[in-house]
Design a protein around this ligand. Sequence first.
Ligand SMILES: [Mg+2]
Length: 358
Amino acid sequence: MLQGGVSTKRDATLNGDASGLYTANTLSVASSRPPPPRAPSNPPALARVAVVDDDRLARDRVVSLLRARGHQVTAFESATRLLEAYKQAAFDLVLLDVVMEGMSGVEACRILKAREEGFVPVVLVTSRADPDARVEGLRIGADDYVCKPFEEEELLARVSSMLRIKRAFDQLAASRNRMAELAVLDDLTGLYNVRYLQQRFAEEWKRAERHREPLAIAMLDVDHFKLVNDQHGHDVGDAVLREVSTRLKGSVRDTDVVARYGGEEFVVLLPSTQLAAALVVAERIRKAIGSRRVETARARLDVTTSIGVALYPSRGVSSKDQLLRAADAALYRAKEEGRDRICVHQEQMYVFLPEDDS
Ligand SMILES: [Mg+2]
């Protein structure tokens, strides 16, 4: 909690409602996760295969054929059983008999293909006498079919081919996710980049305006950062920015958005946050960064930050640009007042000085 060090009429607010708002002190920024392990370029062909057939002999034959190739096979005697299991289990391939008691393979295929998650190839197993079912199956999205009675080699070849496509699809999806992640992250720090900040800021601003909810913003800047670069070189400067970013992320709540605004400047959006709570977060950030030295390969450095905080709604703030400018002005004031401090833009600017500042 704040220790009441704000020497203005805002005291009542500041000491009022800041408790219980912090549910977590880590930020779920996509960047904080390490990149997913790369799929090996030549993965083993083993796969989780579901075999669905109401004829036990036919089923057993396919199961033992695939198991002999090392696949992890689960057998189902009906499409209903498969769909039940599908809720928990993940499969890489489904072999579906078309003509079955109860739900047909074509119907089951339609249901499976209507699901949105990922790509799971479905191979229909049809009799040669039933071309209509085959056409219907392919029309509703089956990926391939095998005619009964089938040659073992043909079945295995179709299974391998489907699994190759499945793996290619999965790798593509993984790299697409990674690309999407990279597009919103700052290279150096792994925080969100300016582009993402602008997008989120616009969304949060709209939400705040529409629902009359508070939106706080903190803009912060590493004090005398130019000196770090000048005296120790850019490698050390970069290491400082990375460490500051880590401490920054560790100081905010799940719902806050932390971005590198450029150079040594950072912005934190604090949605649905009143001034008191925003100041608690800002002070936690200031302390996390300034409380212990930053260790780099070549230097141990005392690093401090100046923070400007602004809030919507407040007087003079009726657009998101004004809110940003207000935080910027407050940051400028914090620098002027001597750095390593928080300055609040609200009605009249004041410097926030917690009493327990040590
Ligand atoms: Mg059958």
